[in-house]
Write a protein that binds this ligand. Structure first.
Ligand SMILES: Cc1cc2nc3c(=O)[nH]c(=O)nc-3n(C[C@H](O)[C@H](O)[C@H](O)COP(=O)(O)O)c2cc1C
Length: 379
């Protein structure tokens, strides 16, 4: 194993001490129960992710509003009834020695139901979402604030606002999906208003000492979408508001399935240049880079060259939960790579079925399929 001294050096986010630079970035796995509560399957999954040796686990997106669910199996934080299950989730992660964050979200026009909210009535599939009134806007901002408070109450070390993947926050920021003519639409200053109000309301509700991270969309990867010329300015505004970190990603559900995106997405470190650009734009906010950071050597180089402060792993860790231990030399076996040409996890998301990985051993896949009551793969 080559030099990985940067990867295994400690770091701090606000007052939180991270044992190394590895973060599990959020990855929806479809394991929540149909009522949005935490299931045994989910507890087992996050226990394994936390036991991998990463310093911090950011649990996949949980919805702040019944209209904001990306799927029927999305976690929810829109009511106190979800707190006990979420507490167990925070506990299993802590028990394995990792910090626990939970991502909060509103899917907006990408919600799975037919009743959808969005900044503008831009058609999504065959649904035209309802253009949000000022009252809707105020209600959703409040829902983010309330959701964040529940995350804190459940015992998580921090909350992450989902400003990626083209969900509601991005829908306000993006000129493609925001055609409003009021104070929430038009120039960047107006398009940033809703996202910044969400951040302010969340920070107010949890208190300024509680870490509020941000999943940051650097580029929509669409010609008429958001690009670095605007997102770097937005990053500076988030920094002024004291976000705990910026976890950088690119692309939305409008770009994820385009051939150009799929081509780029196959290469190692395909979003690192965006993380670097955001890190250059801000002065001290920690930046997480993600995107097929497959080899420990790549992770080490990103840190050594100052392109990011932390390394985000999603599919990479799902494919091989022993990645950190293998990188450190504690397990002397080769890393099992996420297969660049495979799209099984995404296709399971689109089918609304619990995710598994084509790179797992046959025994593991069979055991998983039995557990979820599926007879054969691909069914
Ligand atoms: C199936 C799937 C689900 C995801 N779910 C989320 C999510 O809930 N929130 C989020 O911010 N990003 C989500 N992402 C994006 C990942 O966090 C990550 O940025 C991306 O997969 C690149 O990292 P990787 O190559 O290690 O997977 C998801 C990605 C995949 C493939």
């Amino acid at each position: 194993m080559g030099n990985v001294s940067n990867v295994f050096s400690p770091f701090t986010i606000k007052d939180l001490s991270l044992k190394n630079r590895l973060v599990m970035v959020p990855m929806y796995v479809g394991y929540a129960s149909a009522d949005g509560t935490v299931s045994e399957l989910m507890l087992d999954h996050y226990r394994e992710m936390a036991a991998s040796g990463v310093a911090m686990v950011v649990v996949e997106n949980a919805s702040v509003d019944p209209l904001g669910l990306g799927s029927p199996f999305t976690l929810r934080v829109n009511d106190d009834q979800y707190i006990p299950g979420l507490s167990k989730l925070a506990e299993v992660i802590h028990d394995q020695g990792a910090m626990a964050f939970l991502q909060i979200n509103h899917a907006g026009r990408y919600a799975y139901g037919r009743e959808r909210l969005a900044p503008s009535g831009v058609k999504t599939g065959d649904v035209i979402p309802k253009e949000m009134t000022n009252q809707d806007i105020a209600r959703v901002i409040e829902a983010f604030a309330e959701g964040a408070k529940r995350v804190k109450e459940a015992g998580f070390d921090g909350v992450e606002i989902h400003g990626g993947t083209g969900y509601l926050i991005v829908q306000f920021l993006s000129p493609r999906t925001n055609n409003r003519s009021d104070e929430y639409g038009g120039g960047l200053e107006n398009r940033m208003r809703f996202p910044l109000q969400v951040v302010a309301a969340v920070t107010d509700s949890v208190g300024k000492d509680y870490p509020v991270g941000y999943r940051f969309l650097a580029d929509e990867w669409l010609p008429d979408g958001l690009h670095l010329n605007e997102t770097t300015l937005y990053a500076k505004e988030l920094e002024k508001m004291g976000v705990a970190y910026l976890s950088v990603m690119a692309g939305t559900y409008d770009s994820f399935f385009l051939p150009e995106y799929l081509e780029k997405e196959r290469s190692e470190g395909y979003m690192v240049h965006f993380a670097r650009a955001i890190k250059e734009a801000v002065s001290k906010s920690p930046v997480i880079a993600a995107g097929r950071i497959q080899s420990p050597g790549t992770a080490e180089r990103i840190l050594a060259q100052g392109e990011a402060d932390l390394i985000g792993l999603a599919r990479v860790l799902f494919a091989d939960p022993l990645w950190p231990k293998k990188a450190k030399g504690e397990v002397a076996e080769p890393i099992i790579a996420c297969e660049p040409t495979c799209s099984l996890c995404m296709s399971r998301v689109m089918k609304g079925r619990p995710l598994f990985c084509s790179q797992w051993s046959k025994d593991r896949r069979d055991a998983f399929l039995r557990r979820i009551g599926e007879k054969t793969e691909g069914e």
